[in-house]
Ligand binder design. Structure first.
Ligand code: NAP
Length: 264
């Protein structure tokens, strides 16, 4: 590789790792850049999973390779640690690495007078009220109407995001080899007036999940933690798309080993 973009959070440990790695890569005649450009062959994210997601956004969601160095966070996406910088240099100087591809989530929003495509999501889309109020949402899968739900909102997660907010809500961890979307009602109201499914629903990734907000001016659609407040939303259509992110994994990477070491 000739051009590498290093994206780091501002923790002292991350900045130290960034400086050390930059020096090691430059010794190998690799140019290290602080911003993304079209000639970048590898993005290196130093921090936690949040930093990893922000590095992908800073790289315009291009399908460039991305490698994570974890500096003391949960680090589900990152396989390397700051004391393995030599291994990271080896990745950059050889073609010998394992690539894990994840499809991203596409979100199309129809408002009273426009259609908007939001940024691709790696983890999840959360649809909620613009104020801290209960939201009423009609949910359909394809052209099958499922329910009118009332509650905090609906979380739609990819397999990659199944270990994030989805897991905190008690929903299933999904093997990333499965291309599916998981719909989880968040704090649904269940009483004599409202009825909602409380478990999560698993749907094939190529299916359209259609959400129609009712009686709400401002809907907030959270894409991997980034809020989009949109007025007069009529319909939100969510599906998995072929636009992928490509993560460099260690040769011995096994998803279920990672689950055990991070959660048990
Ligand atoms: P944040 O609210 O600052 O931190 C969210 C936490 O989720 C961090 O500990 C992060 O790990 C972890 N995380 C992110 N992606 C993950 C993944 N795929 N698997 C396992 N853990 C993951 O927000 P952020 O750092 O910008 O990340 C955005 C994500 O936060 C959203 O996509 C959403 O899933 C998640 N979130 C979770 C909750 C919750 O669990 N109650 C609430 C809101 C949002 P690191 O410590 O390694 O950064």
């Amino acid at each position: 590789m000739k051009n590498v973009f290093i994206y780091s959070n501002n923790d002292a440990n991350s900045l130290k790792a960034k400086n050390e790695l930059k020096a090691l890569l430059e010794k190998e005649n690799i140019t290290v850049k602080d911003d993304f450009s079209s000639d970048i062959e590898l993005v290196i994210a130093i921090g936690g999973d949040g930093t990893f997601l922000r590095a992908i956004k800073a790289s315009d969601y291009s399908d460039v390779l991305i490698l994570g160095i974890n500096t003391g966070h949960l680090g589900f996406f990152a396989d390397y640690s700051p004391n393995q910088l030599d291994e990271v240099v080896k990745v950059c100087t050889s073609d010998n690495y394992l690539i894990q591809s994840y499809k991203t989530i596409k979100t199309e929003v129809e408002t009273k007078d426009s259609k908007i495509i939001l940024d691709p999501a790696i983890n999840d889309i959360y649809v909620k009220h613009g104020l801290s109020s209960i939201i009423h949402l009609d949910l359909s899968i394809g052209d099958s109407f499922i329910e009118s739900m009332a509650g905090d909102g609906l979380l739609i997660s990819s397999s990659a995001g199944s270990t994030a907010y989805n897991y905190s809500l008690g929903s299933s961890i999904v093997d990333p080899r499965l291309d599916l979307l998981q719909i989880k009602p968040v704090a649904p109201s269940n009483n004599a007036v409202y009825r909602s499914i409380t478990s999560s629903l698993l749907v094939p990734g190529n299916e359209n999940i259609v959400i129609e907000p009712k009686d709400v001016n401002d809907t907030v659609i959270v894409v991997d933690g980034n809020e989009n407040k949109i007025e007069d939303v009529k319909k939100i259509i969510i599906t998995l798309q072929d636009r992928v992110i490509k993560i460099i994994r260690k040769p011995d990477y096994k998803f279920w080993n990672k689950v055990r070491t991070k959660f048990i």
